[in-house]
Ligand binder design. Structure first.
Ligand code: SF4
Length: 331
């Protein structure tokens, strides 16, 4: 059952105030996360996926970054504004994050076992011996061979795939309700990628955990996601079940992303792409941020942000092709 909402992000805005101007990296993101589901945030690099994830736990540099609007509701608290003390309890405890690059996320001067045990002891009153025993069990759960030996290794002694799995083990050490995985398979080869996806899918089911999986790769969304939220220009432009979004994409950007999926059976060796580039966040286009690249663009698209329209009860899109042409949001 994927009914209970565990996290609700409402009109979230995270801006960075730099000397060159204001970067509106997240500019009105809305989504809900249900218990036991994997929600994929998908889009090209620079569209706001990672800053959205960092904003949930306020993990971006401030200054220059600041949440200027919106809410992140978790267990009745608004994580966008709650006291830092409460946020620290939630970080790594209730909500954990796995970053893209395990190499730079692990401390090179401590063994992996020490780092996992430390994480457990920060959040729970347990002895070091018990924390290490939990670390051992987690390494086993991650299918790391000879887990006792692996616990005594320093990060540089591990392969890329082992390090990424050790990072996942560390993030799971306090049994989080929500795991945020930011492109966790970017730096690993295809076999390790398949293993990590398999592990995450199993964890989701076994622990009834919710996952926010961030990726630019729609083929991964097929493998792991229950629902997908397509992000562009710092906003969610379409949300639906993964199967629905892949079969019946509505937003022209989603259609473009799906058309870019490589077809190995095709004789045509050219890789398709979406015309144009992601917008410069310092000079975000007026109206719909996709309008400079959209082949369906209309006059209204250039001046007013489209509101969210329902295609079905569980499939929403932010595009004038589907909503009331006068119902946009002036921004
Ligand atoms: Fe294209 Fe207009 Fe829809 Fe934006 S609102 S995706 S520009 S048709």
């Amino acid at each position: 059952m994927m009914s209970e909402t565990v996290l609700e992000v409402k009109d979230l805005k995270t801006w960075f105030f730099t000397r060159r101007g204001t970067v509106k990296a997240v500019n009105g993101v809305d989504f809900v996360l249900k218990r036991g589901e994997c929600l994929c945030l998908v889009g090209e690099s620079g569209c706001g996926k990672t800053v959205t994830a960092l904003s949930i736990l306020r993990l971006f540099d401030s200054p220059p970054g600041r949440i200027v609007g919106g809410q992140v509701i978790y267990k009745g608290d608004d994580l966008a504004t709650c006291p830092m003390q409460r946020l620290r309890e939630i970080r790594g405890g209730d909500i954990a994050m796995v970053f893209q690059n395990a190499q730079s996320s692990l401390n090179p001067v401590f063994t992996v076992g020490d780092q996992i045990a430390e994480q457990v002891m920060v959040h729970e009153r347990v002895s070091r011996r018990e924390a290490l025993s939990r670390a051992h069990a987690l390494m086993e759960e991650m299918n790391i061979p000879q887990p006792g030996r692996a616990l005594n290794m320093y990060p540089h002694q591990m392969s890329g795939g082992m390090k990424q799995r050790a990072m996942i083990a560390m993030s799971l050490s306090c049994s989080p309700q929500i795991l945020i995985a930011d492109e966790p398979t970017t730096a690993v080869d295809v076999t390790i990628r398949a293993q990590i996806i398999h592990i995450l899918r199993e964890l989701k089911t076994r622990r009834d955990m919710s996952i926010i999986f961030i990726t630019h790769d729609l083929s991964l969304v097929k493998d792991i996601g229950d629902r997908a939220a397509v992000v562009y220009g710092g906003r969610v432009v379409e949300v639906a079940a993964v199967e629905d979004i892949l079969k019946n994409p509505a937003h022209p950007y989603t259609v473009g992303l799906i058309d870019c999926l490589p077809d190995v059976s095709s004789q045509d060796k050219r890789l398709p792409s979406i015309a144009g580039n992601t917008p410069n966040p310092l000079e975000m286009p007026s109206g719909c941020p996709f309008h400079p690249r959209c082949s369906h663009v209309m006059d209204i698209c250039r001046s007013k942000m489209p509101a969210c329209a329902n295609i079905t009860d569980v499939h929403t899109v932010s595009c004038y092709l589907f909503g009331d042409k006068n119902g946009g949001i002036a921004r």
